[in-house]
Design a protein around this ligand. Structure first.
Ligand code: SR1
Ligand code: MG
Length: 401
């Protein structure tokens, strides 16, 4: 931490120019801190004269959303840089290009995705992305299957487990996703109108707690593949033609289901919020239809692409046993439904919420949306053994919402 200082909109310009030969001599700078995540500072620096821009992401030694009382491993940017480079190669560019990582300043300098939009905000504006399901299912299958034991030489895979060990960020997930939302706790954020519902329907449900405990220890003990680790719609940039996944600082070797479930949950929460937030009935109908189709496609495409790629890339002799690939993918999908439910619960009553639900202005509609969300989440967790196809998701969404 000797040479570390927190950057601001002024100092970051000089910082970048000392590190990289990117901007022209005659550049006219515009700089804005655009980070709205829970952890880091993110700056966009633009040269308006030559129309060039760059992103600088700096890790803080504490959780930004909580303040200095919640310290956090500052070295997370190093893991993020390594996984972004790896994912860039595995997926043929479904993540941004990293230009530089500076281990003194814990800063990453990368490609600016200025003609993309953060997916959460796009979906909240009821936009549709027709190529998303195809591209994100590619991302999931390639990053997950190709980093797993069924494909990788086993000692190399174990080296990966070691080099992507990420205890502090994993602990955040263990606490904020798999523990605290299922108890009454100081870091939870439960709005008054749903406090009773939370207590009676979530905290007091012992059957639910048992299922969540099983999922928690799967998250902690199943070093199946190299995960993104926080694949919500705020970690994805999209436009009509392309998808770029960002922010894999929670990366580690864990269960594939964690990435797929986090994504599905965030699409479902956008679906639930659309009912309350969209005033134009025709737009609402179309957006919900688009979301259902996307959810269905992601699950089904993940399954079909994983089974197809399996035949081309699997190296383990026992993994080639007839019937094993179907067993393996089915197991991933069962746990995916469980993770979907846990993510939906934690984003409603845990420390870190989503704007989709919190942004519903009407108090009554917001409370209803959150209770609907919790109710559906429980079904996903408890009935996960029967939820393994896109159609299964749609049936439940249509039945309970
Ligand atoms: C203390 S960090 C809270 C949440 O923000 C990140 O994006 C992760 O989702 C984490 O759980
Ligand atoms: Mg993030």
């Amino acid at each position: 931490m000797k040479n570390y200082y927190e950057l601001n909109e002024k100092t970051v310009i000089e910082y970048v120019n000392n590190k990289l030969d990117f901007f022209a001599e005659d550049a006219i700078y515009e700089c804005k801190e655009i980070g709205d995540g829970n952890l880091n500072l993110v700056f966009r620096i633009r040269d308006t004269k030559n129309d060039k821009s760059i992103i600088v992401k700096q890790a803080l030694p504490y959780v930004r959303a909580a303040g200095e009382d919640w310290p956090l491993d500052i070295n997370r940017g190093e893991i993020e840089t390594r996984i972004l480079k790896l994912e860039h190669d595995l997926t043929g560019g479904l993540v941004p290009e990293v230009y530089l990582f500076d281990g003194d300043m814990f800063c990453m300098v990368m490609e600016d995705l200025y003609d993309y939009k953060i997916m959460r905000y796009g979906l909240m504006d009821f936009e549709q992305y027709p190529k998303f399901a195809e591209q994100i299912s590619d991302f999931l299958v390639k990053t997950l299957l190709l980093t797993s034991d069924v494909v990788m030489e086993h000692k190399k895979k174990k080296d990966g487990v070691k080099s992507f060990i990420n205890p502090e960020l994993c602990e955040i997930t263990e606490d904020l996703v798999y523990t605290e939302p299922f108890h009454i706790g100081a870091r939870n954020n439960v709005e008054e109108s749903i406090k009773e519902y939370h207590e009676t329907q979530i905290v007091n449900d012992k059957e639910l707690a048992l299922e969540v405990a099983k999922l928690k220890f799967d998250f902690m003990n199943n070093a199946q593949a190299l995960l993104h680790g926080d694949l919500h719609t705020g970690s994805i940039f999209v436009n009509q033609n392309h998808t770029k996944v960002i922010d894999p600082e929670f990366a580690f070797y864990g269960p594939m289901a964690y990435d797929i479930g986090a994504l599905l949950a965030n699409l479902i929460m956008n679906y639930i919020s659309t009912e309350a937030r969209c005033e134009d009935e025709e737009l609402k109908r179309k957006h919900k239809e688009y979301l259902l189709q996307t959810i269905k496609d992601i699950v089904n495409l993940f399954k079909s692409k994983a089974l197809k790629l399996w035949n081309e890339v699997v190296t383990d002799k026992m993994a080639k046993t007839p019937g094993f690939k179907e067993f393996y993918v089915n197991d991933v999908l069962v746990n995916t439904a469980g993770v979907t439910g846990c993510e939906m619960v934690r984003r409603t009553v845990g420390f870190a919420h989503v704007k989709d639900l919190d942004g519903i202005e009407d108090d009554i509609k917001r409370a209803k949306a959150k209770m609907d969300n919790l109710n559906l989440a429980k079904i996903f967790i408890k009935n996960r053994n029967e939820i393994t196809t896109g159609e299964d998701y749609l049936k439940l969404i249509e039945k309970y919402l």
